[in-house]
Write a protein that binds this ligand. Structure first.
Ligand SMILES: [Zn+2]
Length: 398
């Protein structure tokens, strides 16, 4: 097969290329060269990662992507402190100081090259995890599945799936994600099955007969006819039907919550109270409350998750050779970030919580000491648990 001029089939960087600094903005490479020649590349530098504000005025974000940063910087002469993955954080403390979610220290020449990939790792993962956590919170205890992988390049499918799972979603959808994350992969059925089988009755009969017995039967009920009509066809064709999914196209939607309410009614009327109603398509934290109220039991969320706004983190130098230094608009000097164990309030150098008066505790965990791992990384399940715990005590809107 002829190769494209780039010599590769897919435009994704390999792990080795990322480690070699090949995805770094070239100005860092040139800066490093200048610093070396000027004899300043060994200067001990402290840098902090902060954001000036969260997307859409969200009151908090979920910190995600740190595991990759630790893997990238391990073995380089750099120390890394950070709030643990899965922590909720505001852009600023009550005093108005940006919250540094991560601190790096070491000879600048040893890690200057990694500012670009380090930011990319946490900006995107935190954006997706935050959106997922918001949707999780809006959906309460109902099931939420991510259908967003198809909207992004497959090369980052595992990253998207890890981030939505950290954000508290119940399951992911790809075999690779399931293997890498040890999380369940789930799915319902696509419109393609109905169309290729020749209609909903034929498709539901085939699912009943041939779908592996251990997989819950969830019928997609909006391909050709009315959702109510197809839902009733599904309960007839599949005796152990677990649920129906409504993915009604926008052009036919009208009042989507009213359609959900009607389908729920008709199922109940015929004694199918145990058949759940799942909805997908343009679902996000704004549309979920009305759908819940109408009787939806679960949600499939796609583009709004994988295309979540990135968290605009920046990395800024705050200290050089032990002396505070910062550019205009940034707060210089290394910050002693403290956090209230009771309500999660962050403040710099505070002994007691400015909100509740409790004794504060250090907010950071040290992950690397001059490139050496100082703590084992938490499991994905533990990170997800932290997100779920922390998002319980914060409001969706400020
Ligand atoms: Zn407090």
């Amino acid at each position: 097969m002829p190769k494209p001029a780039s010599g590769r089939d897919f435009y994704i960087a390999t792990a080795d290329e990322i480690r070699a600094g090949r995805t770094t903005d070239i100005y860092f490479v040139r800066t490093l060269d200048v610093l070396k020649k000027a004899g300043r590349d060994r200067a001990n530098v402290v840098a902090e990662v902060t954001t000036g504000g969260l997307p859409n005025g969200w009151p908090w974000g979920i910190f995600c992507g740190l595991e990759e940063v630790v893997h990238l910087l391990q073995g380089k002469a750099v120390s890394v402190w950070a709030i643990p993955e899965g922590s909720a954080f505001p852009a600023k403390t009550p005093r108005g100081i940006p919250v540094p979610v991560m601190v790096l220290e070491g000879p600048y020449g040893d890690w200057a090259m990694y500012e670009t990939p380090v930011l990319g790792m946490i900006c995107q993962a935190s954006g997706i995890a935050t959106k997922a956590a918001r949707i999780r919170k809006a959906a309460g205890g109902k099931q939420v599945l991510s259908f967003g992988v198809r909207r992004m390049h497959p090369g980052i499918a595992p990253l998207i799936e890890r981030s939505v799972y950290v954000g508290g979603l119940d399951a992911i959808t790809t075999p690779l994600g399931a293997e890498l994350l040890g999380a369940p992969a789930v799915g319902t059925m696509p419109h393609a099955l109905v169309i290729v089988m020749g209609g909903p009755r034929e498709a539901f009969a085939a699912v009943h007969k041939y779908l592996e017995a251990k997989i819950p039967r969830i019928a997609l009920v909006d391909t050709y006819y009315d959702e109510k009509t197809e839902a009733l066809m599904a309960v007839e064709a599949i005796p152990d039907l677990a649920g129906v999914r409504l993915d009604t196209p926008a052009s036919r939607r009208g009042d989507f919550a009213a359609i959900v309410r009607e389908v729920r009614w008709e199922l109940d009327l015929r004694g199918h109270k145990d058949v759940k109603v799942f909805v997908s398509g343009r679902v996000d934290e704004q549309s979920i409350p009305a759908l819940l109220e109408a009787g939806a039991d679960g949600f499939g969320v796609g583009t709004s998750l994988s295309n979540a706004p990135t968290i605009d983190f920046a990395m800024d130098i705050v200290e050089v050779e032990g002396t505070p230094a910062a550019k205009r608009g940034k707060f210089g000097g290394r910050k002693d970030l403290q956090r209230c164990p009771k309500d999660g309030t962050y403040e710099i150098g505070a002994k007691t919580c400015p909100v509740c008066g409790s004794k504060m505790a250090p907010a950071y965990v040290r992950y690397l000491d001059r490139g050496r791992a100082t703590t084992s990384l938490p499991t994905l399940a533990a990170i997800r648990e932290r997100t779920l715990r922390e998002t319980q005590r914060v409001p969706l809107e400020s």
